[in-house]
Design a protein around this ligand. Structure first.
Ligand code: NAD
Length: 508
């Protein structure tokens, strides 16, 4: 496969590989010990680039660069309005590079070109939106209950923020964090997943081109335990914005707690997609398919539990199975492909393990349930779109996140039953409801335990709307107006305007 070349500063090319560098303090550097690791193309099964294997020394360098940039130089002198201008320039550069970035993501990640083109063309909106908010973050004058005293608040940036992202949507997840955080005046060290690091390094090239002062955005690469942990533990880091698995999220939370850092955690889910018998069934079928088979089910919000009202259960499931059977697997760079490969070898094993668990638990495999190996699958690790019927919500296949194209179908009797099954989950990230009743849409959206509820739609996200999980799906929210405030701290300023300081032994 012929890969688009990057400029020499970001990466160099030998016969069949691109060799990337990290971006620290405005310079393109190797890992301190010079180590690299291969990054794979999930469709060809071949290594296509090398990535620096950063460790504690590189975390140290990057945090030091971010700290220097936060405290001195041009960044802290920049007005909020001018920070907005810089973010807009970055947004425009992303737009110009959208096709290149989308292609890199597909090669590195195996996500479909169709999906990635849409996603990367949408990402600039995060930077435009938060650019607009940059100079609207303001404190308040408090009508304080003391004479001859002025009391007001300032909203100040936190300092050095660490952004750690999962492999499934590397640039989008980075935008969720960097756009509000930079708009608020912070500096960043971004560490993408070791499975999909290339796009973040390509993004750093645009940060450099946009003219951000050195050290404001640093991108380091490597493994969670080797560089992620030292970043989270670093005493100069004020906030950690993390997207990933529940297990790593817990670890990040514990490490960050020792330093009393602020944390947002965007973790996994086991989201219910609930179909009532009054739904527009054609739309509901499409919504169910999009919920679990788009992005090969490798999305945190996957609608991996399908709850269907018993009165329509069998015919509806038949329709979902018939539709899923038509899904075209193949090369993710082919615009016609609908289901791509599983991105990483551990994930492939995990999905197959869960399929075996579901069968052992007594669920009925209605479709798929095995690897796909046709010529259209290249050398990729594909799994057939898989649907299990007769699932009991207590089964592991209904309780645990699979993160792949595996749907568990569960019948319910009525509204109360649907709520009980939907909420019987350790997770609470998202939920879908399919009904024509406004009353039911309203009551379901109130009673469902989920950070996001979609009614008659699924998988909609926007820079404007808060996104986050409840219960074990996470801590805090990203996106929306309030998310910029999460990158600020409040300072209360008291100014005494009296001529004389009163009795020093009495509290004012
Ligand atoms: P992961 O937890 O294995 O890795 C995520 C990131 O954390 C990677 O960059 C990794 O290197 C880093 N990391 C791992 N251990 C670390 C540690 N101890 N300290 C610091 N960093 C560490 O997750 P993954 O397999 O890349 O992603 C899949 C998971 O992410 C799924 O559970 C999915 O639901 C979740 N996810 C959640 C959202 C959301 O917004 N809620 C979005 C996308 C993915």
């Amino acid at each position: 496969m012929n890969h688009t070349m990057s400029t020499p500063s970001v990466a160099s090319q030998s016969s069949d590989r691109t060799h990337y560098k990290m971006y620290i303090g405005g310079e393109w550097v190797d890992a301190a010990d010079g180590e690299v690791f291969d990054t794979m193309n999930p469709y060809t099964g071949r290594a296509w680039a090398t990535i620096p294997r950063g460790r504690a020394a590189d975390a140290e360098r990057a945090v030091a660069a971010a700290k220097t940039a936060f405290e001195s130089g041009d960044w802290p002198k920049l007005t909020a309005t001018n920070r907005g201008h810089l973010l807009r320039r970055l947004a425009d550069l992303i737009t110009e590079s959208a096709e290149h970035l989308a292609r890199i993501e597909v090669i590195d990640n195996g996500k479909l070109i169709n999906e990635m083109l849409g996603q990367v063309r949408y990402i600039p909106q995060w930077f435009h939106y938060f650019a607009g908010l940059a100079d609207k973050v303001q404190g308040a004058v408090i009508p304080i209950d003391k004479p001859e005293t002025l009391n007001f608040t300032r909203r100040e940036p936190l300092g050095v923020c660490v952004a750690i992202t999962a492999w499934n949507s590397p640039l989008l997840l980075a935008a969720y964090k960097l756009a509000p955080g930079l708009a608020a005046g912070n500096t960043f060290v971004l560490k993408p997943s070791e499975f999909t690091s290339a796009s973040a390094l390509e993004f750093a090239k645009l940060v450099e081109k946009a003219g951000f002062p050195p050290g404001v955005v640093n991108v380091v690469t490597g493994f969670g335990a080797e560089i992620g942990e030292p970043l989270v533990a670093h005493p100069s880091v004020a906030k950690v914005a993390f997207t990933g698995s529940e297990i790593a999220g817990q670890r990040v939370y514990e490490t960050a707690a020792r330093g009393l850092k602020r944390v947002t955690l965007e973790l996994g889910g086991k989201s219910p997609n609930i179909v009532f018998d009054d739904a527009e069934l054609d739309n509901a079928v499409r919504g169910v398919i999009s919920g679990i088979f788009a992005a090969t089910g490798q999305t945190c919000v996957a609608g991996s539990r399908l709850l269907v009202q018993r009165s329509i259960y069998e015919p509806f499931i038949d329709r979902v199975v018939a539709f899923a059977r038509t899904a075209r697997m193949g090369d993710p760079l082919d615009i016609r492909t609908q289901v791509g490969p599983i991105t990483t070898p551990p994930q492939y094993k995990k999905v197959l393990d869960y399929i075996a668990i579901a069968k052992a638990e007594g669920a009925t495999c209605l479709l798929g349930g095995k690897p796909a190996t046709g010529p259209e699958c290249g050398e990729g690790q594909f799994i057939e779109p898989t649907i299990f019927g007769d699932v009991d919500n207590k089964m592991r296949i209904a309780q645990e996140e699979v993160f792949g194209p595996v749907l568990a179908c569960i019948p319910f009797d009525d509204y109360e039953d649907a709520i009980a099954i939907a909420n019987d989950s350790p997770y609470a990230l998202a939920a879908g409801v399919w009904t024509q009743s406004v009353r039911r849409a309203m009551t379901m959206s109130e009673r469902l335990q989920a950070g996001t509820v979609w009614v008659n739609t699924y998988r909609a996200v926007s820079y404007m709307s808060p996104f986050g999980g409840h219960k074990r799906s996470g801590v805090g929210h990203e996106n929306g107006m309030d998310s910029i405030l999460d990158y600020t701290k409040i300072k209360s300023v008291w100014i005494n305007t009296a001529r004389e300081v009163p009795d020093p032994f009495v509290m004012r």
